[in-house]
Design a protein. Structure first.
Length: 115
């Protein structure tokens, strides 16, 4: 299993970013996928998840209405569109999957929201 995130960066408050997660090593279309984030000195938290076909999504209350999770099963890629970014969104963002009972993580991508 390999998960590779991209798309992070420095953005001003109120700005937008789109994160991508390229997956390989498993049948991507058959697994629920997750985005997590970890801010400095805080525990890693679930941001959003998406069902196999992409029709069901769930979000943390802190990002509802601002973030949108999606996936393209033909490209084995998951996305996180982030709008209305706030300084509290500053974190390393990880994509994740539970495959055969084990949770796998990508290397993470840094998102910094600052003026």
């Amino acid at each position: 299993v390999q998960l590779v995130e991209s798309g992070g960066g420095l953005v001003q408050p109120g700005g937008s970013l789109r994160l991508s997660c390229a997956a390989s090593g498993f049948t991507f279309r058959s697994y629920v996928m997750n985005w997590y984030r970890q801010a400095p000195e805080k525990e890693r938290e679930l941001v959003a998840d998406i069902s196999y076909g992409g029709l069901r999504t769930n979000y943390a209350d802190s990002v509802k209405g601002r973030f949108t999770i999606s996936r393209d099963n033909a490209k084995n890629t998951m996305y996180l569109q982030m709008t209305g970014l706030k300084p509290d969104d500053t974190a390393v963002y990880y994509c994740s999957v539970v495959y055969r009972g084990l949770r796998y993580w990508g290397q993470g991508t840094q998102v910094t929201v600052s003026s």
